[in-house]
Design a protein around this ligand. Structure first.
Ligand SMILES: [Zn+2]
Ligand SMILES: [Zn+2]
Length: 275
């Protein structure tokens, strides 16, 4: 990983200022969900018996899965093209990268930020400060699903609570964050909620669309007309097919697809001999 710096425990991070700032903002939004919803609403109403322990446990599990997926996506290998002896290469499906001069299979791309070629590169994601490719697309998709669920759940709880008590909540009335008219923090909370809601749900929908078309983000940007064509072909498909998901999530037990930090066995690509 040429452009990365080594951290303890064998972790590598890209020293990109924009990427580090963006990823810090994402971690702040995750923390803010706890500051604006978990501490002022869920905890007091768990203590007064309005929210069950099962719900609190589910909320914390969703929060944990979101942040674990986030760090896994950030530090995982996106699928750096391995060095392969040139005599073993089928040049009908491979090509030489003009940037790093290494042989790479079809659908690989060179990331100028990371400084290497990535197998089935989807895009370089500033928000996780890492590339998204064959090696980490599953965990990236899982992150989008968990993060979208976490953001949407926080927004629903906040509004349900507001509409249920209409400002005279016994458990929360003395806390500053429930006094919105006199405190600018309410506007800040709404701004954060709108950014998080639009950003994560839009990204999840776009990624789902690319999966149904079997194309990466880079491929759809290189040939936007094929997006329209494939969208028309797939107009009856609202969700990715099961076989398209097995390519990403592996062929193992479907119930384990949602588990982070799991090694997934994928079919070997016959053209490239890459697993
Ligand atoms: Zn390259
Ligand atoms: Zn990259």
């Amino acid at each position: 990983m040429p452009n990365h710096i080594e951290l303890p425990f064998g972790l590598k991070v890209l020293p990109d200022r924009a990427g580090i700032l963006s990823s810090s903002f994402i971690i702040f939004i995750w923390l803010y969900g706890h500051i604006a919803v978990f501490i002022p609403i869920i905890l007091p109403h768990h203590q007064d018996g309005n929210i069950s322990s099962v719900f609190v446990g589910g909320y914390l599990l969703l929060s944990l899965c979101t942040i674990v997926c986030y760090f896994e996506a950030m530090f995982s290998n996106p699928g750096v093209v391995p060095r392969i002896a040139t005599q073993n290469i089928d040049w009908r499906t491979w090509e030489k990268c003009k940037r790093c001069c290494l042989a790479r299979p079809a659908r690989s791309h060179h990331c100028s930020k990371c400084g290497y070629c990535v197998l089935e590169m989807d895009h370089h994601c500033q928000w996780i400060n890492n590339c998204v490719g064959r090696g980490n697309f599953r965990i990236f998709l899982l992150l989008l699903v968990y993060a979208s669920s976490f953001v949407n759940l926080n927004i629903v709880i906040y509004h349900l609570h507001k509409w249920s008590w209409l400002g005279v909540c016994e458990a929360c009335k003395e806390q500053w964050w429930m006094d919105p008219l006199q405190n600018p923090m309410k506007s800040f909370s709404y701004l954060i909620a709108i950014i998080a809601f639009v950003g994560i749900n839009l990204l999840l929908c776009l990624t789902g669309l690319h999966i149904t078309m079997g194309m990466t983000t880079i491929e759809t940007m290189e040939d936007p007309r094929s997006v329209m064509k494939k969208s028309m072909e797939n107009k009856r498909k609202c969700f990715p097919t099961f076989s398209q998901l097995t390519v990403i999530c592996g062929t193992g037990n479907v119930l384990l697809w949602s588990v982070p930090c799991r090694k997934v066995s994928r079919k070997t690509d016959q053209r490239t001999h890459i697993v």
